[in-house]
Design a protein around this ligand. Structure first.
Ligand SMILES: *[C@@H]1O[C@H](CO)[C@@H](O)[C@H](O)[C@H]1NC(C)=O
Ligand SMILES: *[C@@H]1O[C@H](CO)[C@@H](O)[C@H](O)[C@H]1NC(C)=O
Length: 820
């Protein structure tokens, strides 16, 4: 469908226009065009399918709007009380003892394990893809259940796998033989859509025992075979499969009870079964009831593939995926000392796999209120009261539909795209798969409106909205969010520059790593990518400058530049949700003359990043313009935000006498210019910044750096979200900056090295210990106990520990050097 192809198509079109103007086509240009095509083909082949419904424990779909959607449900069926409660489908907090991908590669597949104590079973889903043909190849999954130790010897589990088809096309059961009493052989579905061509899906008979006949009802519906039911439903009902199943089961139960009476009711395993009724439809449920351990396969074959996939292929591929994942992982993320013993490698693989296994494809409309920003005036002194009054008065419009390919912060709690999280997510991902990362960045920038705005939370479609309270669904086009995707673009430029150093030497190893790094092996393709993205980046950048500008001139503020100052729009007395640091203490009451030190720091990072892209593209006028902004921002950070008395960076506001004053709450905000890399090693402020970080009465704890100083009056108060707890994303930024300092000659080098070693070890071990204890990564960590807290299974930016483990252990290098 069009949206999926728009960008690459546009890119290659633009490219052909460009090269035709400068005919004759040079060899380099032809190479670049060929490389762009090759990358597109590799994406077509290896990224089409995936468990791209990360809100489900297991749900495969293609990254195509309105297409085939599949999913899995299961429950223990041993008594009548627990069944309804025990049916698993969407990821939920606090119902499992850990789950997720132990190994996963978006291009090849991997293995997920699920520990389900109340169903007394552990499941694995081993998913693989086999490229080939013109429609994204074949895929398959092996679903295995193993009773847990406390299960009864004849544990009964019911498993429902389903396939639904949104949009046009057909999907039907190949129903030879199985119609009345169920399928003793493999179940086969045949399907066809424009984008997928013809395909078939086999649900194999598999292995495992089944409950035996103990009740006359068994004769009507034996449980030693698959039961299949086809539904024709309105599209809006398709994602609500569990509700559909429950409504259907209720009906079946009523029929059974009226036939046999409550006193002679069939056993639960029999009762909770769908009726056998197959045919055309847009939703097909396939149910299997097992006793004890079981295993079966789902085999998807595209008619355009050379061969249909078999269970033997799946077995072979599972082995190959595992082997390749392990060897690639140790090349890229092998933990360094002191993370060599214990379970660090397993931990690292699991966190990374859950980050990359959480990548989803989302499609649908979203709620936007485009008139709210004119319903009040952000420049009025009482703007926040007017804003509160105007809020929700306009009915938000549904916009779109749009599509988004993205990773997510948390499968149970935040299964959707978050703009500022995504920049952090992609920092490990780009080390693994550059081309995938660039695809995701492109997907985000395609969401931008004509003014340059990107909504910070992407709640696309009814399924995504079902997880979000009404008052948080609406996005406002004057609200910003930290521009973290620019950190990833910087990482890309770093890799590109490193690559040109490598390719001019003799070391060619990394160049052949297809299909993960094709944008690095073809500089032409890389430039083509940047050139196409560049106008969007500029629009976004200038949107920030215009809409989030701060006021210097009205308040007699003295600063190097009269322009470079910034203020988050959309704040309330308690929150600046747009900053990402929701409840961090800020000036009170809110004032239109406020200046926010975190935002000007983000602007500095963003300016440097876009400047480097302009340099790479040879856009000399732009380079000069961005350099001017960069210099002014760096100067103004000190002029507007450094407080000599507090010896730290502070927000600024206007007091009762109309004077500009600093409001200092020591914490992440006070060290922001440092965190985003704007303080050079010889900065006169650096010593004070390091003092603040390293002081255990302020930010330092043995579990990582606190979000708010222990000495601040608001430490640990109110919602206590960003008022003390330890966040991995900010600690990661600090570790990176400390490493830079440790590796550069300067007055603070020795101390930075010590801090780097300790902080890296502290933060990694905090996440590791909680993971060992609970089986989960967490949203944040308690600054006193180090325990994980708030959202469970937060494998978004908490996964940055994977990168930190792979960073150098400076202790050993210095020892080695000493010995030499
Ligand atoms: C990628 O897939 C689309 C849709 O199937 C197709 O139109 C396009 O030509 C493919 N691109 C390449 C390079 O194979
Ligand atoms: C594993 O790597 C080998 C060698 O690079 C490759 O031929 C094979 O296709 C890979 N297997 C999978 C499942 O990606």
């Amino acid at each position: 469908m069009e949206p999926l192809l728009r960008w690459p198509f546009f890119a290659s079109l633009l490219f052909s226009v460009l090269i035709s103007q400068f005919a004759p086509v040079t060899e380099a240009q032809a190479d670049a065009a060929a490389a762009v095509r090759e990358i597109e083909k590799a994406s077509n082949d290896s990224l089409l399918w995936g468990p791209y419904r990360p809100n489900l424990y297991f749900g495969v779909r293609p990254r195509i709007p309105k297409s085939l959607m599949t999913g899995l449900l299961w429950a223990r069926v041993e008594d009548f009380q627990s069944v309804q409660h025990n049916f698993r489908h969407t990821c939920e907090q606090h119902e499992l003892d850990g789950y997720g991908w132990d190994e996963y590669d978006v291009r090849a597949g991997g293995r997920q394990t699920i520990h389900d104590p109340s169903n007394r079973i552990d499941l694995t889903t081993e998913f693989v893809k086999i490229p080939g043909g013109s429609h994204g190849g074949n895929w398959a999954v092996r679903i295995k259940g193993v009773p847990r130790e406390d299960a009864s010897p004849d544990l009964k589990t019911t498993v429902v796998w389903y396939a639904a088809l949104e949009g046009l096309g057909s999907l039907e059961v190949d129903n030879e033989g199985g119609e009345r009493l169920g399928f003793e052989e493999d179940v086969k579905l045949n399907g066809q859509t424009v984008e997928l061509g013809n395909f078939e899906i086999k649900i194999t008979q598999g292995e495992g025992d089944h409950p035996r006949a103990t009740h006359p009802s068994y004769a009507d519906k034996p449980l030693d075979r698959a039961i299949v039911h086809s539904f024709q439903l309105p599209e809006a009902a398709l994602w609500q499969t569990k509700q559909v199943l429950f409504a259907h089961l209720k009906n079946e139960i009523d029929i059974l009870l009226s036939k046999y009476g409550e006193d002679n009711a069939p056993p639960p395993a029999q009762v909770y079964t769908i009726s056998n009724e197959v045919g055309r439809g847009n939703l097909h449920l396939v149910q299997k009831v097992f006793e004890g351990a079981f295993e079966f396969d789902i085999l998807f074959s595209s008619a355009s593939s050379p061969n249909p996939i078999t269970s033997e292929d799946l077995t072979k591929q599972i082995r190959s995926v595992k082997k390749n994942f392990s060897s690639r992982f140790s090349k890229i993320f092998k933990p360094n000392a002191p993370f060599l013993k214990g379970r660090y490698e397993e931990f690292s693989k699991s966190l990374f796999s859950n980050l990359i296994g959480g990548i989803g494809y989302f499609y649908g409309d979203s709620r936007v209120d485009r008139s709210y920003d004119s319903a009040y005036d952000e420049d009025n002194e009482g703007f926040w009261e007017e804003a509160a009054e105007a809020r929700g008065k306009n009915p938000a419009e549904l916009e779109g539909p749009s599509e988004l390919y993205t990773s997510i912060p948390s499968r149970p709690f935040f299964p959707r795209g978050f703009l500022w999280d995504e920049g952090f997510h992609l920092l490990p991902v780009i080390d693994w798969d550059v081309d995938l990362t660039l695809d995701i960045i492109k997907s985000w920038f395609n969401l931008m409106d004509e003014n340059g705005w990107i909504g910070r939370e992407q709640i696309l479609g009814a399924e995504a909205r079902s997880k979000v309270p009404e008052e948080f669904q609406v996005q406002y086009p004057h609200y910003a969010n930290p521009p973290t995707l620019f950190m990833v673009l910087t990482a890309f430029i770093d890799k590109l520059e490193a690559e040109s150093v490598i390719s001019s030497s003799t070391d060619q190893e990394i160049l052949t790593d297809k299909p993960y790094t094709m944008h690095l092996s073809s500089r032409g393709a890389a430039l083509q990518y940047l050139r196409t993205l560049y106008p969007l980046l500029k629009r976004h950048y200038f949107w920030f400058r215009k809409t989030q500008v701060g006021d210097i001139k009205s308040y007699d503020r003295e600063a190097f530049s009269t322009k470079e100052a910034y203020r988050w729009r959309g704040r309330t007395p308690q929150h600046i949700l747009t900053s990402g640091l929701d409840d961090y203490p800020r000036p009170q009451p809110p004032h239109p003359g406020e200046l926010h030190v975190d935002l000007i720091s983000w602007m500095g990072m963003m300016t440097r990043s876009i400047k480097r892209i302009a340099i790479t593209l040879g856009e000399e006028e732009d380079v000069a313009e961005f350099s001017g902004y960069e210099n002014a921002i760096v100067r103004n950070i000190d002029d507007l935000h450094w407080d000599d008395k507090a010896k730290t960076y502070c927000d600024a506001t206007i007091d009762d006498y109309e004077e500009s004053v600093h409001v200092c709450h020591k914490g992440y905000i006070s060290i922001f210019p440092f965190l985003v890399g704007l303080l050079p090693p010889d900065s006169p402020r650096l010593g004070d910044v390091l003092d603040l970080i390293f002081d255990p009465e302020e930010l330092w704890s043995e579990h990582g750096i606190r979000s708010l100083s222990k000495s601040d009056e608001f430490y640990g108060t109110g919602e206590n979200y960003w008022r003390g707890p330890i966040w991995v994303n900010m600690n990661y930024l600090a570790v990176v900056q400390l490493l830079n300092l440790a590796q550069t000659t300067g007055p603070h080098q020795t101390r930075a090295k010590k801090m780097y070693m300790e902080l890296r070890e502290n933060i990694v071990n905090t996440v590791y210990e909680s993971w060992k204890e609970t089986g989960f990564a967490w949203e944040q960590y308690n600054p006193e106990s180090g325990k994980g807290q708030r959202t469970q299974h937060f494998t978004g930016w908490t996964s940055l520990v994977v990168k930190m483990m792979a960073m150098p252990d400076l202790r050993s290098t210095s020892r080695v050097r000493d010995e030499l």
